[in-house]
Design a protein around this ligand. Sequence first.
Ligand code: AMP
Length: 572
Amino acid sequence: MTLSGSQSSYVCGATTEPLLYQTVGGALARAAERWPARDALIASHQGERLTYRELDARVERLARALTASGLRPGDRLGIWAPNCVEWVLVQFATARAGIVLVNVNPAYRTAELRFVLQKSGCRALVLAVSFKSSNYIEMLRSMLPAASLTGAGRVDCPELPALELVVHLAPDDIAGFLSFGALMARAGDPAGAELPESTDPDQPINIQFTSGTTGLPKGATLTHFNIVNNGYFVGRALCLTEQDRICIPVPLYHCFGMVLGVLAAVTHGACVVFPGGSFEAEAVLRCAAEERCTALYGVPTMFIAELEHPGFARFDLSSLRTGIMAGAPCPMEIMRRVMDEMHMSQITICYGMTETSPVSFQSAVDDPVEKRVGTVGRVHPHVQVKVVDADGNPVRRGETGELCTRGYSVMRGYWEEPERTAEAIDAAGWMHTGDLAVLDEEGYCYIVGRVKDMIIRGGENIYPREIEEFLYGHPKLLDVAVVGVSDGKYGEEVCAVIRLREGICADAEEIRAYCRGQIAHYKVPRYVRFVDAFPMTVTGKVQKFVLRQRIEAELGGGRNDRPDVGDSPADG
Ligand code: AMP
């Protein structure tokens, strides 16, 4: 079938405004020239505030210090820390010195850390002392025998041959490690004067390991050009100016924090405000109120936690105007509440993935409300998207297929993984996202699920997202994840895992009764489970594969162990 014109599911973003040809370090230098005295960075939990002039000066010192420590353009440096001022300093200083920043997930444990350090060949690692239940120093010591720490942060360990320098972020000295302060002091060394004259915007500057539900993490490799432009156009869509103050509780190690947050702010002169090292609903509400933030970011579960916080009404959020919800399907009901109850009338939804820098769709602040709560908006400037069938042909508008992205935002590849890169990016340059989407006639995009999450029950394709959206309308329900569990008769069956509102009870039959007659019989959850919390990734995605495994284990392997598929409430 050949499709043409508006019928075919292909869209291309506006190209009226040119792409920026800048480096990450250059973008900060420009901001410091244009808005020297404006607030650039506030970390409430650290009591730190920096203007653009101050931020730029500290970044310049750190870039010289890294160079004086022997790091050269193209070398890799890992950062393993929750959100803090130093994270941002390292982000810009590495870029200015041409060093490739490797974001290490704060939730990683020893085996994952070893893997990413080995895979990316980090020469240096900057790490916090601890985070939640993780003692980073102890974990690193368990990997590096005492004899391999040869003083002042120098490392000589056969298992991690590339690693030469470990720098900690604590105020006190830690034996064997170099302190951040001592590192900074090296800026004055003569060797620090050798900063590269300029770096090339097309050079890789960042490796972000994507969590992936199967297989080992893959290091999405992004260039200056990828992330400066994506940050810039995200900021444009939010109408950011130097008057804006963005409250950022999402992690910096993920592109939501470092690109949509930091780079969108820097390219528009806005201020970045961190309420804490990691997400905590009350700290976010307090910080947004006290700092008079104009924008707030979050994954859907963060907004849910803020809206449900018992002290919610105490905080004056009237300064909020805009923000971003992204990273996972954004329930319509939550979007409406954020607009009404948090004053974020101009909130937008972004959709994207790390491999595409990340954003490829974003709603506009003035899109009709129905589109703003129900879709991920329209395609970003300079980005092309097509939605294809199993044979790779674009489907008609209104039909479901796999979303593919092409353009400036597509990553360089997975670090030293040519085969996995070739599986993801085809010969024509299309990144295959694995997300199922529908484009409407006007180009608005609906994300309907993941190719891998799609439930196939007795030959019917079921998109968990659709059932989730329907269940969000139930007054007792706070959050829901729908998963497929294997079934001897139908192949898979639908299971709804539900978090109820505080102090509320419900049973499985009640939930099914709510669905019956409203959604097709095969979509009515065969199983309903109630939980207090979902297994989550640090970036706010429900780990559906974990839920699925748990439920299948509970069901005794999920085989055909029951006489019929009637609506017996026994499984509630
Ligand atoms: P990551 O690479 O960690 O940013 O994860 C990217 C994935 O998150 C995408 O492939 C989608 O499955 C999901 N995702 C991101 N934003 C949205 C959104 N607005 N709606 C639905 N899913 C989303």
